[in-house]
Design a binder for this molecule. Structure first.
Ligand SMILES: C[S@@+](CC[C@H](N)C(=O)[O-])C[C@H]1O[C@@H](n2cnc3c(N)ncnc32)[C@H](O)[C@@H]1O
Length: 380
């Protein structure tokens, strides 16, 4: 049986071989921080369950330690309230609300942030505290502040971080508001996603500093953005190549949804194939046009439902070929999506890394190619 140190070294070697871990300082952090202190009893998805159910994996059960050093996300809370200790061993359903993100993603993001010794860093989403401990190992306790929204999660993380021998500054609160004491940071890294870039971050990160965050929305499409802060309240940057997904920040999460009633509306032809939205980038482009819409359906029959205004759009094959769309409500969801998809198609359907975003108090504009290229304002 391997020791935790051997399992850590083996994980660090695997991540180095597959290119996720390239920098010596982060390699030593991966070898030093014991993930088992942060994860303990956790949830594992039950293979094939729909909707996904989770069974508790008890600390010390056979395979527990080896599982912790798989490069996998380990879920530690469901629905903002159910922990693995709250179940009597049975599988439960729920939406993951806290986890230890897979080590390859956490370590890759720390490297992409390009934080150097001496930089002051603000982390949003302490979660289990594993990524925080990696950061504290590399940057030093005094340079790292981490914010967690959920007090139960925050308390467990604080205990684990202390046990592992680190003492960064830890805050329980809404990280979308930044550091409640203000602050001047060189870097900000978020391990929860956001529906739009929170403006307080643009004032707490110094001009010349960087923000690394995943942009998502209520259709669950995701893309990781690296922004340079260009002035107080202003930032610009590009989306990166990796297909990175994160649970959405709690204040940006969608409200509980009632049952969807498809209601009558105005019908018109549409000139894009609705199935375009089924691809990773197509669905993400649509979400950039309507981030508060939930998308269901598939192929020619897409349904968009904006939970904040109740607006709906649904597509169907047209009687004589092509497609029609039926829209109702104050936001013409499909018109927005169609404009965005056509703009993307006219640019040759680039991957997410062909997009960028420029943010100020006036607007959050997504663009293609270059900052002055075609694009549109992200609805916020
Ligand atoms: C994917 S987990 C974080 C993973 C973590 N960095 C780790 O290595 O264990 C996302 C965390 O973000 C937290 N979160 C959600 N919204 C937040 C907010 N507005 N401010 C701070 N934390 C938030 C969640 O409670 C959850 O614990």
């Amino acid at each position: 049986m391997s020791t935790p140190a051997e399992l850590r070294a083996s994980l660090a070697d695997r991540l180095t071989e597959n290119g996720a871990l390239t920098e010596r300082e982060w390699q030593s952090a991966a070898r030093a921080v014991p993930r088992e202190l942060f994860v303990g009893t956790h949830f594992a998805p039950v293979t094939g369950s729909v909707p996904t159910s989770y069974r508790p994996v008890r600390e010390g059960e056979p395979g527990w330690l080896e599982g912790i050093y798989d490069d996998r996300t380990l879920v530690t809370q469901l629905d903002g309230r159910i922990g693995p200790e709250d179940t009597a061993g049975e599988a439960v359903t729920g939406i993951p609300s806290s986890s230890s993100t897979l080590p390859s993603v956490v370590l890759r993001m720390w490297q992409q942030l390009d934080a150097e010794a001496g930089h002051r860093v603000l982390e949003i989403g302490t979660g289990t505290g594993y990524s925080t401990a990696l950061g504290a190992h590399r940057l030093g306790d005094a340079n790292l502040t981490s914010v967690e929204y959920d007090p139960t999660v925050g308390a467990a993380a604080a205990a684990a971080i202390r046990t592992a021998g680190f003492s960064p500054r830890l805050i329980v609160g809404d990280g979308l508001r930044g550091d409640p004491d203000g602050g001047r940071y060189d870097r900000l890294i978020a391990t929860c996603s956001v529906r739009y870039i929170p403006l307080p971050w643009l004032h707490q990160v110094k001009p010349g500093g960087r923000i690394l965050v995943t942009l998502s929305g209520w259709s669950s499409a995701n893309a990781l953005a690296l922004l340079d802060v260009t002035g107080p309240g202003e930032a610009t940057g590009r989306f990166l190549t990796d297909q990175t997904s994160f649970m959405i920040a709690r204040p940006h999460d969608r409200p509980p949804r009632p049952t969807l009633d498809l209601l009558p509306g105005d019908e018109s032809p549409t000139f894009i194939d609705p199935a375009t939205l089924d691809s990773w980038t197509g669905g993400w482009v649509a979400q950039l046009a309507a981030p508060a819409a939930v998308r269901t359906g598939v192929g020619a029959r897409q349904i968009l439902w904006d939970l904040s205004t109740g607006s709906q759009a649904r597509t169907a094959p047209g009687p004589g070929g092509g497609w029609t769309v039926t829209q109702r409500g104050p936001v013409r969801l499909w018109d927005r999506v169609e404009r965005a998809v056509r703009c993307w198609q006219a640019a040759g359907e680039p991957h997410q890394d062909g997009f960028g975003i420029t943010v100020s108090a006036a607007a959050q504009r997504v663009w293609l190619g270059t900052e002055d290229g075609p694009g549109w304002d992200l609805p916020v």
